[in-house]
Design a protein around this ligand. Structure first.
Ligand SMILES: C[S@@+](CC[C@H](N)C(=O)[O-])C[C@H]1O[C@@H](n2cnc3c(N)ncnc32)[C@H](O)[C@@H]1O
Length: 240
């Protein structure tokens, strides 16, 4: 389902074949409807996911286009060869990353919610690896798919509602596996992630995105070649 060589633009399978030509105006309405369907389905699924697991999903609607653009810019996705996304949800942010990612880039998306993961499996783009499970398995997933140290890690997972030990474990792994000079970008309503991640990557650059429901803080760290706590693990996460 995921591999369609030669296709660059990420697209949900349900929307395939819906591109509009100049001469098809009578069908244009139904064509646009077909394109909207997977987005609408994603939004409904997202709301249901939130109602079932409010602490895990932590937001009733997916991130806005404005938030997506801010995240992509801070993560410098357009110049990254290897990107990881933690908590992709139903795929809105995933598609935005794929649109910005270079042709030869790879994106590993790790999602804990099985229904959301199933939706990600419908994205037709050979650069995407959709991995089911917790962000706690980040290191193992990189090894499993033979991916290099990521130049950008983007996270929407809710560190504020997560067990502190689990949250710190994930952030420590992020700091270790990130390539030297790589960016970690986390978007959150609150600043827990900033307080927790300081010990691993130092203070963050913080931007506010007001055009999102609710407004978001977007934190960016850049790894200086060595992580603050585990200097020997900075260059090779395979060494542990
Ligand atoms: C706030 S939503 C972000 C969704 C999407 N990226 C967006 O911005 O619209 C948080 C997502 O993180 C996922 N999540 C929560 N804890 C997780 C974990 N430990 N590992 C992986 N995904 C997790 C949730 O299922 C949800 O899809």
């Amino acid at each position: 389902m995921m591999s369609f060589p030669g296709r660059r633009k990420p697209v949900f399978a349900a929307a395939r074949g819906s591109a509009r030509s100049e001469n098809e105006s009578p069908a244009a309405g139904s064509s646009r409807l077909r394109e909207l369907r997977p987005r609408l389905k994603g939004r409904l699924l997202f709301v249901r996911g939130f109602l079932e697991h409010p602490r895990e999903v932590a937001s009733i609607v997916p991130s806005s286009r404005f938030a997506e653009q801010r995240i992509l810019k801070l993560a410098e996705v357009s110049s990254a060869q290897s990107v990881v996304e933690l908590g992709p949800g139903t795929g809105g942010t995933t598609c935005a990353i794929l649109r910005a990612l270079p042709r030869e880039g790879r994106l590993l998306s790790i999602e804990i919610n099985p229904a959301f993961h199933a939706m990600l499996g419908q994205i037709e783009d050979p650069r995407l690896i959709a991995h089911p499970g917790s962000a706690e398995g980040l290191r193992d997933a990189l090894v499993r798919y033979g991916l290099p140290a990521p130049q950008a890690i983007i996270s929407g997972i809710p560190f504020s509602t997560m067990n502190r030990t689990v949250a710190c474990g994930i952030l420590e792994t992020v700091a270790e596996v990130l390539a030297p000079g790589g960016r970690f970008v986390a978007y959150q309503v609150r600043d827990h992630v900033h307080r927790l991640c300081r010990q691993y990557l130092g203070p963050a650059r913080v931007e506010m995105e007001l055009l999102n429901i609710p407004p978001l803080r977007v934190f960016q760290w850049e790894k200086n070649g060595v992580s603050l706590r585990r200097t020997n693990a900075a260059h090779s996460f395979y060494s542990r």
